[in-house]
Ligand binder design. Sequence first.
Ligand code: HEC
Ligand code: HEC
Length: 262
Amino acid sequence: MKALVVLWLSLVFSVALPLTVPVAVAQQGGAAGATLDPTLFEQGRQLYDANCVACHQAGGLGTPPNLPALSGNDRLKDLNLIVRAIRTGQGGMVAFPNLTADEIAALASYVRNTWSNKFGAVSAEQVTTILAGLAKPNSAKLSVWSGVYTAAQNKRGEEVYSGGCAYCHGSRLNGAGHSDQPPSPAVAREGFLRKWSGQTVAALFVYVRTRMPSDNPGIFTDQQSIDSIAHMLAVSGLPAGDKELPTDPKALEGFVIELKPK
Ligand code: HEC
Ligand code: HEC
């Protein structure tokens, strides 16, 4: 009888705990110090190279202050923070809504234990638990279809664009630039919106601000960068409104890119 009660208790708790107190369970799991799985670590290295290198760099040093270092970053002790950043994005960090719990566990195993980092192993179960506790992303955000830039901002953006972007991305924003330039993607309309849908304007802003023009990144100001984004939205057929898009990444987190109006 006693054994049955114990069995019953452990069943109840193994089901109920992850749903009710995900944070505590995840931290407990981390502290327990599971051993690092080399296969997971290697998978994480590949996922990092494919998805994260562009901003956080191969050596994990990023380009502070805009793109934070992950190497030597004590905040990575907190697995919740890593899982949340990857799944929902934050600030200028893009979201990766399609990565599975296994893939996020691989990424977390890698970034916590490469370079100078030694923050411990991560299991897919821990990640699954944290994901279950995350609020639904984008619920309180304003769609870019609701008139988030002004006609004047589009006009300024058009000037920035034709001076600094058109020679690669094409005067029609369709990727058909000068023949002496390397191929570059379309930066307006359906394919572009589909690629960025679910991301906030903050992510697009940080991308443009820090990585474009690709032959000379960072030459445009915050204002010029956000104005060029207003132009991309206008050419994509999104309506203008009576308020400009701001230049503050925190405020830009409130605007979500969507393929179609709701
Ligand atoms: C488009 C650029 C970009 C890409 C791609 C990107 N990140 Fe980030 N990341 C950022 C920025 C910007 C921040 C800081 C966000 C903020 O302001 O809170 C950040 C923050 C983080 C943080 C939190 C760091 C801290 O100190 O709070 C982690 C962890 C992280 N990124 C991991 C990743 C991983 C793993 C990937 C690949 C799956 C990735 N990032 C891809 C830009 C990027
Ligand atoms: C020298 C050529 C060049 C110039 C100039 C340039 N870009 Fe780019 N841009 C690229 C390339 C190449 C990529 C693809 C980057 C990659 O694959 O890493 C890109 C990517 C982008 C993306 C992401 C597109 C996507 O499919 O996700 C945006 C947005 C963008 N550029 C905007 C701009 C803006 C705005 C300017 C002007 C301020 C600009 N670019 C200037 C070459 C250029």
